[in-house]
Design a protein around this ligand. Structure first.
Ligand SMILES: Cc1cc2nc3c(=O)[nH]c(=O)nc-3n(C[C@H](O)[C@H](O)[C@H](O)COP(=O)(O)OP(=O)(O)OC[C@H]3O[C@@H](n4cnc5c(N)ncnc54)[C@H](O)[C@@H]3O)c2cc1C
Length: 496
């Protein structure tokens, strides 16, 4: 079930973004209903599909504003219905924005130019499990907890994908945004788990990418063309994902460091030795104090699960490297505390109602720039007028680098104009620090509307390749227009 963002909307909410909405004519609506009987035009349905969890839009909601409004919402229950709807929209030039769990935090599911919101949560369920090959076929609108529950209870398996939003988000949303779960160091991100996709193209044609065999050398990996495309290149309707046996063993540990950089070094060195504990999270002083009441400049929590021999080897290597980097063991209690609260939704509503602007920014950098990126990023955020907090933690780590997850909060005049000005300045600061460090502007939240203005700089000379892919796969430009900073035929970019 969709959990709407925490600041409620009264009826009569108006659009904040200026793009002129595309209306859907009565004849087209009739044709859409022939293809998919559930097409709603009521205000409740349209408001429900007008926003996601983009934190700035929570401030707008206080003023009775939504980012944008669709003309109608279609709720297909099969791939054939999705294909029919998309083909009609392509023929009549109607924008189609896929909405699923709507837990995205970048405005990705906002129907920027109106048109049709295509709600995929009716496409739900685990369709096939090949226990011997550890492969599962699942419909794209399936919510994370439903999939994990079905795998655990029905088959003794786990996907190993635990985004904090597991109960708010769907498989299709994960794939569209390149999602990362909290256990990613052992299991990988969603792009490492996918082996095949069913996709409805902008023409309405249905294709399957990926094979029934691992690591096929059959040209470029077409799965990865659609993974991360955020609904701009095709509509994902099914996915084949790799699962794992339910883990029989779990071990955990925590260490305190005299400097955040020393904790980074311990993680880097453990990974070089082949130790990949599922959870590896290193908090800076501000966050260690906020989450654990700790007084260290770096607190690392780690947890591994799986085969006992493998898990004990990984945790032994990590403990050795923590000791070598000057880490002080803090005991399992910290990890247990994190486990109890790890999926709690942050108090966004209360902060927003108090006029405080908060957001999180996850970026990815290689080890050789990571410590500098941490310092540059927190300093850049702290230097923005109005900032009352700027902090970061390492949340996902790999052989070659890691994700740094920054949090900022600002307070000033309690009005939406100030909130918007501060918000843009904070994003300019952290994106500037990221780009000048040679790091990637997102690790797992994706681009959506908010980060669209930075993607051309993020991709550099490769950005026009993305533009040409979009033109080739979606010549009418109907799929999620206004996102990823791609030019739109429906008008100027909504959040330039
Ligand atoms: C409290 C909270 C915690 C979060 N924690 C995490 C976390 O730990 N890790 C993480 O990765 N993310 C996290 N997120 C972000 C969010 O949950 C993810 O981006 C998630 O992948 C979005 O899934 P969704 O089903 O809600 O998609 P939506 O928000 O509905 O859509 C997101 C984007 O994907 C497109 N899309 C959705 N489904 C499809 C489809 N089937 N085909 C094509 N395009 C599609 C939409 O058009 C949109 O552009 C968090 C969000 C919140 C609010």
């Amino acid at each position: 079930m969709v959990t709407l963002p925490p600041v409620p909307l009264a009826s009569g909410a108006r659009r904040r973004l200026g793009a002129t909405p595309v209306e859907i004519g009565d004849r087209v609506l009739e044709r859409l209903r022939d293809a998919c009987p559930a097409v709603e035009e009521g205000e409740e349905a349209r408001l429900g599909a007008a926003r996601d969890w983009w934190p700035l839009s929570l401030h707008w909601a206080r003023e009775g504003l939504v980012p944008a409004l669709p003309g109608a919402v279609a709720r297909p229950e099969s791939t054939a219905q999705v294909a029919g709807v998309v083909a009609i929209c392509a023929k009549h030039g109607v924008p189609v924005t896929v909405v699923a769990g709507r837990s995205g935090v970048c405005g990705g599911a906002v129907p920027a130019y109106g048109g049709l919101a295509l709600d995929l949560v009716g496409l739900a369920g685990v369709e096939e499990v090949d226990v011997r090959s550890l492969l599962v076929r699942v419909a794209a609108g399936t919510f994370g907890l439903d999939l994990e529950g079905a795998l655990r209870e029905g088959h003794g398996l786990t996907l190993g994908h635990w985004p904090q939003s597991i109960q708010l988000s769907t498989v299709g949303g994960w794939l569209a945004c390149r999602s990362a779960g909290q256990y990613s160091t052992r299991y990988g991100k969603i792009e490492d788990m996918v082996t095949g996709l069913q996709v409805v193209l902008a023409s309405g044609q249905v294709v399957e990418t990926g094979g029934r065999a691992p690591r096929a050398a059959t040209g470029p990996d077409l799965n990865q063309l659609f993974v991360g495309s955020e609904g701009t290149l095709g509509v994902i309707t099914k996915a084949w994902l790799r699962a794992h046996p339910r883990p029989p063993c779990e071990r955990m540990g925590a260490w305190g460091f005299a400097a955040f950089d020393a904790g980074l070094e311990a993680c880097r060195r453990a990974l070089r030795r082949g130790a990949t504990p599922a959870v590896l999270r290193l908090y800076d002083r501000a966050e260690a104090s906020r989450h654990f009441g700790a007084e260290e400049d770096g607190v690392l929590i780690a947890l591994d699960e799986g085969d006992q021999l493998v898990v004990e080897a990984a945790m032994t290597v990590l403990a050795e490297e923590c000791r070598a980097a000057g880490g002080r063991p803090l005991g399992e209690g910290l990890v247990r505390r994190w486990l109890e609260t790890r999926n709690d939704v942050p108090p966004l509503a209360a902060l927003t109602e108090a006029g405080i602007v908060v957001d999180t920014v996850e970026v990815a950098g290689r080890w050789s720039v990571l410590a500098a990126l941490y310092h540059r990023g927190t300093e850049a955020l702290a230097s923005v007028e109005g900032t009352v907090a700027a902090s970061a933690h390492l949340s996902h780590a790999y052989l070659d680098g890691a994700c740094l997850y920054f949090t900022f909060a600002g307070q000033g005049r309690d009005d939406p104009e100030w909130a918007e000005g501060y918000y843009r300045a904070a994003w300019d600061a952290i994106m500037g620090a990221t780009l000048s460090s040679g790091a990637a502007i997102s690790h797992h939240h994706g681009i959506g509307l908010n980060r669209g203005r930075f993607l051309a700089a993020g991709l550099g000379p490769a950005f026009p390749v993305l533009v040409r892919l979009k033109e080739a796969l979606d010549p009418a430009g109907i799929l999620n227009p206004g996102k990823l900073g791609l030019p739109s035929r429906f008008g100027p970019l909504p959040w330039p």
